[in-house]
Design a protein around this ligand. Structure first.
Ligand SMILES: [Zn+2]
Length: 592
């Protein structure tokens, strides 16, 4: 944790127009409560890009802003004079060490204590530059990784087919171990979420899922398969001899300082070999704070309010793979404190959270979401997270839990936020019970994030503006909405998304470069629609209004639709029009 003066830092960001006074106060309160660094809270939200923050801080302190840190030019031996833990927690990288002076790049120039320590350690003058947080973190990882590679997993490049055959002829297991380790190493480096190892007729194919898409990463000779399967089974504690039944196991690894949990599943195939699918749970990726999810200012502030209420039901909706679990974990992470009793029922437990009691439901033995929830109520919880509300019984107990003074977090499979209300009514929940318990519903999707190194700027077309609902007509309607008596900002002021000219905005398209493995994208980002069940929406719930009517009312009160939030992220240059349109196809655009 940075020890810089968070208030001084915050004031600097206000002076430079990055934060408003009100937002700063909210963030400082969260910062004190959670002990998170202010810069992390800012960086994770969509309030400003980390580059804008870096430039502002550099300007404020009269330091140079470092656009690019050329990792190959940084000597790992120089950098590692500062221990990696220190570099990470204070977010600074020693890039040069000359006879007279040294040079450090940092994210937070207000962390003067750390900079003084560096001066004292090196015993010379230290020149300071400021960089964007993302770039610096990436540079720290890559520089120290070069230093560490020798003693962690070394097989960095894949093994070619000829080598694979050699492995079979050797009695030594080491090459197989290296090869399998290499798969993990590369998967982590490329941020893969899954590794598939599949026997084909003549060869073994290894595919990685990166940002939701599968890519072939390696091919090896078919003869190689049994050794690989055996190695993975040993690592995950599975029975090597059992080849006819599916098995599930788990591997915990540490790669380049990052803890990774891997869920392993084997399934026998008709090709006489098992196929293996491994899901990588990057602890650092999974356990995010609320501020890391990319919420806009309104959604961020309101989400924080919702999950700090003493009771009520907060629902997250979206299809499978839309990041709902990550959001729920980030919510729990935000409110997790020793004095709060948090219980979860999950299928499966994807990530173990310290200080929280988690139960994996097992329908086979009768441990369902409903029965776990019922048992929880006797365990005096404050907050309950239920993986999913699938049936009437679970919905009933969730409502009962909320009515008896608990905060309940859960997910529902519906396309949009308003649909969650009608789904609960379809499950035969009384509208008045839904009205008196559900306090907020978040719908979400994931879109791919453009690679910042190679994204290509172009001038948006009128058609694209229309697709995103950014055209003059809709912008005017949204701006007008704020003047209507129906407008309910929930005490959050923000500018409705829109394009107010002059000319056309700059959008970006994907290109591809070495940095992003020629995919044009690096990682994914959520787009959100947060429906507050306030008096307006509540009265529609009581009248059993349809989802479209509820959505329209919420939009008039200031809610951004999924597409609106996507449009905002296109305007920020974080993603493309195609990504947003594809992710929000069923999100009808309408305004009154
Ligand atoms: Zn790129």
């Amino acid at each position: 944790m940075s020890v810089s003066d968070q208030r001084l830092l915050g004031r600097a960001l206000v002076r430079r127009g990055i934060l408003s006074d009100e937002t700063l106060e909210v963030l400082l309160a969260q910062q004190r409560e959670k002990g998170a660094a202010l810069l992390d809270l800012v960086a994770g939200s969509s309030m400003a890009s980390d580059e804008a923050v870096g430039r502002a801080l550099a300007a404020e302190c009269g330091l140079s802003f470092v656009e690019q840190i050329v990792v190959d030019e940084v000597d790992p031996a120089v950098a590692s004079q500062l221990p990696i833990g220190y570099a990470r927690s204070h977010r600074l990288l020693l890039v040069e060490d000359g006879p007279e002076s040294a040079k450090v790049v940092c994210v937070d120039p207000f962390d003067t204590e750390a900079l003084d320590d560096v001066r004292a350690t090196l015993g010379k003058r230290v020149e300071v530059g400021v960089a964007a947080q993302g770039k610096l973190t990436d540079a720290i990882n890559r520089v120290y990784e070069r230093q560490e590679r020798g003693n962690t997993l070394e097989a960095d490049e894949g093994i070619k087919e000829e080598e694979a055959i050699d492995i079979l002829e050797s009695d030594d297991d080491a090459p197989i171990i290296r090869w399998v380790n290499g798969l993990f190493f590369q998967a982590v480096r490329e941020r893969a979420s899954d590794i598939h190892i599949e026997p084909e007729e003549k060869e073994v194919i290894v595919r990685y899922r990166i940002d939701g898409q599968l890519y072939v990463a390696h091919r090896a000779s078919r003869q190689f398969m049994s050794s690989v399967v055996a190695r993975v089974k040993i690592m995950s504690g599975l029975n090597i001899a059992e080849k006819r039944l599916p098995q599930d196991g788990r591997i915990s690894l540490k790669i380049a300082g990052r803890a990774i949990d891997i869920r392993v599943s084997t399934v026998p195939t008709s090709r006489d070999h098992e196929r293996i699918v491994m899901r990588l749970l990057h602890k650092t990726n999974v356990l995010l704070d609320l501020s890391d999810l990319g919420f806009g200012e309104r959604d961020y502030t309101l989400m924080h309010q919702l999950i700090t209420r003493p009771n009520g039901i907060v629902l997250v909706t979206g299809p499978t793979g839309s990041g709902k679990t990550t959001t729920l974990y980030a919510c729990l992470n935000r409110i997790n404190q020793p004095k709060i009793n948090i219980l979860t029922a999950e299928d499966p437990v994807e990530y173990e959270l310290g200080g929280i009691h988690q139960v994996a439901v097992q329908p086979k033995i009768g441990l369902t979401f409903a029965s776990a929830l019922r048992a929880f109520l006797r365990q005096d919880p404050d907050v309950i997270m239920v993986g999913e509300i699938r049936d009437k019984e679970t919905a009933e107990i969730a409502i009962q839990a909320s009515l008896t003074g608990h905060l309940v977090l859960s997910t529902l499979h519906t396309n949009d936020a308003a649909g969650a209300i009608t789904r609960l009514v379809e499950m035969e929940m009384e509208p008045f019970l839904v009205r008196s318990t559900v306090i907020g519903i978040l719908a979400q999707r994931l879109v791919r994030v453009l690679c910042p190194k190679c994204k290509e700027a172009y001038e948006a077309t009128p058609y694209e503006l229309q697709q995103l609902g950014l055209d003059a007509e809709r912008t005017r309607l949204r701006d007008q909405r704020q003047l209507s008596p129906k407008y309910q900002p929930h005490e959050v002021q923000y500018e409705p998304v829109g394009w107010r000219g002059p000319g056309m905005p700059t959008f970006y398209r994907a290109k591809g470069c070495d940095h992003c493995e020629h995919k044009g994208f690096t990682g994914r980002l959520g787009i959100y629609e947060l429906l507050m069940v306030d008096d307006t929406v509540g009265s529609l719930v009581l009248r059993s209004a349809d989802a479209q009517t509820i959505k329209r009312a919420a939009q008039n009160a200031g809610m951004d639709s999924l597409r609106d939030d996507g449009a905002r992220k296109v305007l920020m240059g974080k993603t493309t029009v195609e990504e947003v349109v594809a992710a929000t196809q069923e999100d009808a655009l309408f305004d009154e």
